[in-house]
Design a binder for this molecule. Structure first.
Ligand code: PLP
Length: 405
């Protein structure tokens, strides 16, 4: 795999206009209201409210004190890559440390993956609704994001529409981006759907970039399977994962990709040319996270599950709102088309809910056209905040639903 040629000066790839998405106006408004002294309940950001487990923090501090403060190899420290490869094997995706590249979070790994795999004129399939970073990264790679639909089935659960996915493939399609458990819907993929997606990738000779940052946050008995564990898939898949959600380490900036050894050279070069390496003392914390006790992960998952059940029940009880129980991640993606006579966009509803009732949520349209009609409430916040939020959302719904405002 070779990198795309360096674009000449003035090439549009260098223009910030290539970034088709930016931070949602909701984030700026919520911060401004905070600064004015309003009591805002923040359910807009997908960020664990738990502290990083103590033994992980200790490992990072110890490494700093031991002088682990210099540049290291772009692909990451070998012991961390060994621990990541071992974790990958546990998840049914056999990997060696040579197949791992460590990055400063999942986000850069997603960008590097698309820079390495796609180039001008290529099409990249991304979920709709879906994490906005995929389309931005595709655009930065000079390729075109083509959205495939995530739909609700009769039971109200979200799923990949396999027929529509395959219909989105053209001769220019090069990469399929998959995300499960899914942001913003919490969707997980059953065995049949996973096999169906793998069949599409194999039939059309596509690369798969599988964003599995919420893999530890599945509320079913069995942990979700990676598409890379299916026959024929490991050689065409980059699994992207991170410590952010699993270990409450968003600010540490540590993630990684597990990929065929043939791709690591390109990704390694991208790390070398951008960040040089992920901070080495942070990598030591990552080793402690993977190799130390996992009780904190289990405790956080149990707490998210309890919060999920409470917020979904409270939202679903509000006239005008439909909310299904997400099987993974920490988002309630509520259908709000029954509010305000269905005349308001999700952006308008999110703004009013924030300005008038002090609840920050994300408009579904921030995740693509098919997200319209929804608000995403993160339940990575203390239960007391969730109760206050749903109390306010109920008051908002009563007001807009009855035309009182
Ligand atoms: N992928 C998905 C689906 C996400 O929701 C997020 C963060 O919200 C990321 C990737 C980025 O994770 P990281 O903090 O590891 O960069």
């Amino acid at each position: 795999m070779t990198l795309a040629p360096i674009p000449p000066a003035g090439h549009p790839r260098a223009h910030p206009g290539r970034l088709r998405t930016g931070p949602s106006p909701i984030l700026a408004l919520a911060r401004a209201l905070d600064a004015e002294g309003h009591r805002v309940v923040h359910l807009e950001i997908g960020e664990p409210d738990f502290p990083t487990p103590g033994h992980v923090v200790d490992a990072g501090i110890r490494a700093l004190r031991d002088g682990v403060t210099r540049y290291v190899a772009p692909e990451g420290l070998r012991p961390l890559r060994e621990a990541i490869a071992a974790r990958s094997c546990e998840r049914g995706v056999p990997a060696t440390p040579e197949q791992v590249v460590v990055t400063s979070g999942a986000k850069p790994m997603l960008l590097y993956a698309l820079l390495a795999l796609a180039t001008e004129g290529d099409e990249v399939l991304v979920p709709d609704p879906g994490y906005p970073g995929y389309a931005s990264s595709a655009a930065l790679a000079g390729s075109r994001a083509v959205r495939y639909p995530i739909v609700r089935d009769g039971a109200g659960d979200f799923r990949v529409d396999l027929g529509a996915l395959e219909a989105s493939v053209t001769p220019a399609t090069r990469v399929l981006v998959l995300n499960a458990p899914h942001n913003p819907t919490g969707m997980v993929l059953d065995e049949d759907t996973l096999a169906g997606i793998a069949a599409v990738a194999l039939r059309h000779d596509l690369w798969v970039v599988s964003d599995e940052v919420y893999a530890a946050l599945s509320y079913d008995e069995a942990p979700p399977r990676s598409i890379a564990s299916l026959p024929g898939m490991a050689g065409r898949t980059i699994v992207v994962d991170s410590f952010s959600k699993t270990y409450a380490m968003t600010g540490w900036r540590l993630g990684y990709g597990v990929m065929p050894a043939s791709i690591t050279g390109a990704v390694r070069a991208l790390v070398a040319e951008s960040t040089t390496c992920a901070a080495p003392f942070v990598q030591h914390a990552g080793i402690a996270a993977l190799q130390g006790p996992q009780d904190a992960v289990a405790l956080m998952r149990a707490e998210y599950r309890a919060r999920r059940d409470e917020i979904v029940q409270a939202l679903a009880a509000i006239p005008g709102i439909r909310a299904a129980t997400p099987p993974g991640a920490f988002y309630a993606f509520a259908n709000v088309t029954g509010l305000a006579g269905g005349t308001s966009t999700s952006a308008e509803l999110a703004e009013r809910l924030l300005r008038e009732y002090g609840v920050a949520s994300m408009p579904g349209s921030a995740y693509g056209r098919r997200g319209e009609g929804h608000l995403r409430f993160s339940f990575a916040s203390p239960i007391i905040e969730l109760r206050e939020a749903t109390r306010r959302v109920a008051a908002f719904a009563a007001a807009v639903g009855s035309g009182c405002t």
